[in-house]
Design a protein around this ligand. Structure first.
Ligand code: MN
Length: 404
């Protein structure tokens, strides 16, 4: 049982067993970005703490997580052990206490410079629902879906931190009945509740990363909202996939939960009914299903509770697939799961599914309804996972408000 000398409630989502990493500025030095670790209601300035206890601080004294990401698994393990010791052993209390700030007083920033961004499509429920909506009468899943984790390359430069306003994008829209496309603000702005995986250690061009090397490359996990303009997307996506309907903004939560904090959340993925090719076959590998419980709130009202454990493809399979052609990884690469949707109506992770393409609007407590997002709407995604000894691992939240 991990303990701390700090006053942290037993049920805190940011207990001593979590220790997620972020980047913050504080009011005393608003221009100086620092690495912080969340613990209870506090943020530990880890660079200052390292200096205070006289231990190496160079990776922790940075203005982003990238140097730490690049350092690799043995260093990540060492740094986490140091943090656990500093916050756990009474003998460090006097030196470390002055490096704690109230979490409510700091501003959180994008925690790392995003290198490449890839988004997958790993929920069978989500993919089947979209298939039923867009290709009625044919197989809900495309013939390739159970043979490979489908994905597309997104836009790394427009990944933004939680709280960044999302400007309603303009673009070409054409409903099937329209004779010609028109230009203007999207009328079908949607969310996709997803989980993102942050790559730390890079890989060599030409060398695939096999399933069993997942831990060596993936540093941690965050929450992600893949904002999607469905009308722009529907008109542009054939045959090369999503482009401007998604590249205008992708929001991420400010805290990166270390993979090490999720040991108790690991579960077997759902049974697969198609045998995958050997490089994707995880039947004899460690299972990387993760029991994360997501919640999506629209203007404060819960509209969905997507279960991440229901995802067909795991992050380890996605990483193996994304590098199987020899494409290399860089520190700061980000790949996302795809919309997390479960089997129930109220566990779907996008409005297009929740409202069945606008046919069944979502009702809000103020009496209004939504098919897609309106200006002023705010969407917040949160998640927790099981931790050790009945504790919970919190991911914080990713939130964004739509502006015209
Ligand atoms: Mn997506």
């Amino acid at each position: 049982m991990t303990t701390t000398w700090l006053a942290v409630p037993q049920d805190s989502p940011f207990g001593p067993h979590n220790l997620p990493y972020g980047v913050f500025t504080a009011p005393d030095q608003p221009g100086r970005r620092r690495i912080g670790v969340a613990i209870g209601g506090f943020v530990l300035d880890v660079g200052a703490a390292a200096r205070a206890v006289g231990e190496p601080s160079v990776l922790l004294d940075a203005d982003s997580l990238n140097p730490l990401l690049a350092a690799g698994r043995p260093i990540w393990t060492q740094v986490r052990a140091s943090l656990t010791r500093w916050l756990g052993e009474e003998s460090y209390r006097a030196a470390v206490s002055p490096c704690l700030l109230e979490r409510g007083e700091v501003e959180l920033h994008l925690p790392f410079e995003v290198a490449d961004y890839v988004d997958f499509y790993a929920s069978e429920h989500h993919a089947s629902n979209l298939g039923r909506i867009f290709r009625p009468g044919s197989d809900p899943l495309t013939p390739n879906w159970k043979h490979l984790p489908i994905g597309y390359h997104g836009r790394a430069g427009t990944v933004v931190v939680s709280g960044t306003p999302v400007v309603r994008p303009h673009g070409q829209r054409k409903a099937p009945a329209d004779p010609m496309p028109s230009f203007g603000p999207t009328r079908r702005l949607d969310i996709e509740a997803e989980v993102g995986f942050v790559v730390g250690a890079g890989s060599t061009l030409g060398s695939p990363v096999p399933l069993e090397s997942f831990r060596e490359h993936v540093f941690g996990v965050l929450l992600l909202n893949d904002w999607s303009a469905r009308d722009i997307q529907a008109w542009e996506y054939v045959p090369l996939g999503p482009f401007l309907g998604k590249s205008f903004a992708t929001s991420v939560s400010p805290w990166v939960v270390p993979l090490d904090a999720l040991e108790h959340a690991r579960v077997a993925p759902p049974a697969r009914d198609v045998e995958p090719l050997p490089y994707l076959d995880d039947r004899d590998a460690e299972p990387w299903g993760l029991d994360l419980s997501l919640e999506v709130r629209l203007n404060g009202h819960p509209i969905s509770r997507p279960p991440f454990a229901a995802m067909y493809w795991t992050a380890a399979q996605q990483l193996a697939h994304l590098t199987v052609n020899g494409a290399s990884l860089r520190p700061g690469d980000l790949f996302a799961s795809g919309t997390v949707s479960g089997p129930e109506v109220d566990s779907r992770g996008a409005l297009i599914e929740l409202t069945w393409n606008g046919e069944n609007p979502v009702e809000l407590p103020d009496g209004t309804t939504r098919t897609f997002l309106e200006n002023g709407d705010e969407v917040t995604i949160t998640a927790t996972a099981p931790g050790p000894d009945g504790t919970r691992i919190g991911f914080g939240e990713v939130t964004g408000r739509i502006v015209p």
